[in-house]
Design a protein around this ligand. Structure first.
Ligand code: 7UC
Ligand code: FE
Length: 282
């Protein structure tokens, strides 16, 4: 998957160029734009040209000057933690637990460790195609529930709070989102199997009756998301280089961040965007 773009400048790009870039994201799922040197506000401007930028719902992740930038960082500045360390280290699609997930996710590394920093991706339309017919039929008539509860990060202000109070707050602020288990990509027409190991916790049949939890496990196994060795044929590892802006189709792909085992400094700026299509059409 993926395509690499050189000599791109969002400031001089025409509207046609931006359309072409979006088309590349839909077609190749991942676009890497090389040799970018952008200040936070320039990076945001780039995002605004591609779509409707939506900031993360929790302020703990926000860039101090630009709330629309989600900061993944294990570096403290003047003794102050900025952003959140080791985000997204589980299979997921961004905002799958929300009613309106993002069309595109963009990441722009600021500081990279010497090795082992990248992201694993799986194309869930390829997974759908590879399913046996009986599983395809189940997927087509089911819905799934998704929740952030297992990967909600404890905030500094949560220390000494009863865990039950935090769990209640998660359910109140981010009640589970229900999405069809498969949907048609509004641009490519591909059928996508929309499940993630991190967020999906329940499959309902067409009558709204929960299916056995083993059914979800079977689908996740088929997708490769339970392969702890990351050797499954549909898993791709994409390395980062400084200057890269990586944009991917967050409808088609699930991803899992990969961090170095040591604690070398790492900072990444993320933007998340909607396009002009509904997230899915039924
Ligand atoms: O800290 C994290 O790993 C953030 C995650 C729970 N949500 C990212 C997203 O956009 O869905
Ligand atoms: Fe993510």
């Amino acid at each position: 998957m993926g395509v690499v773009v050189y000599d791109f400048n969002h400031k001089t790009a025409s509207d046609g160029d931006i359309q072409d870039l979006k088309q590349l994201i839909y077609e190749y799922k991942i676009v890497v734009i090389k040799d970018q040197d952008l200040l936070p506000h320039e990076y945001c401007d780039f995002g605004y040209r591609l779509g409707e930028v939506e900031k993360y719902y929790q302020p703990m992740y926000h860039h101090p000057e630009r709330a629309d930038i989600f900061v993944s960082s294990n570096v403290s500045e003047n003794g102050q933690q900025v952003g959140v360390p080791k985000t997204g280290k589980f299979w997921h699609a961004d905002y799958a637990f929300m009613p309106r997930p993002f069309a595109f996710s963009m990441v722009y590394p600021q500081i990279l460790p010497s090795k082992e920093r990248g992201t694993y991706f799986i194309n869930m339309s390829k997974v759908y195609q590879s399913l046996p017919d009986d599983l395809k039929a189940i997927a087509n008539e089911s819905s799934c529930y998704h929740s952030v509860r297992r990967f909600f990060k404890i905030r500094p202000e949560d220390v000494y709070r009863p865990i039950s109070e935090i769990l209640d707050e998660i359910e109140r602020v981010t009640p589970p989102a229900k999405h069809p288990m498969t949907f048609t990509h509004p641009v490519t027409g591909e059928t996508i199997l929309y499940i993630t190991e991190g967020f999906t916790y329940r499959i309902d049949d067409s009558e709204g009756k929960p299916r056995d939890i083993n059914v979800l496990q079977r689908f996740l196994t088929h997708s490769g998301q339970l392969d702890k060795s990351f050797k499954y044929p549909l898993i791709e590892h994409h390395e980062f280089e400084l200057g890269d802006v990586r944009i991917w189709d967050n409808r088609s792909l699930v991803h899992c961040a990969h961090y170095a085992a040591n604690s070398e400094p790492a900072i990444t700026f993320r933007l998340t965007l909607h396009d002009s299509y509904p997230f899915y059409q039924l």
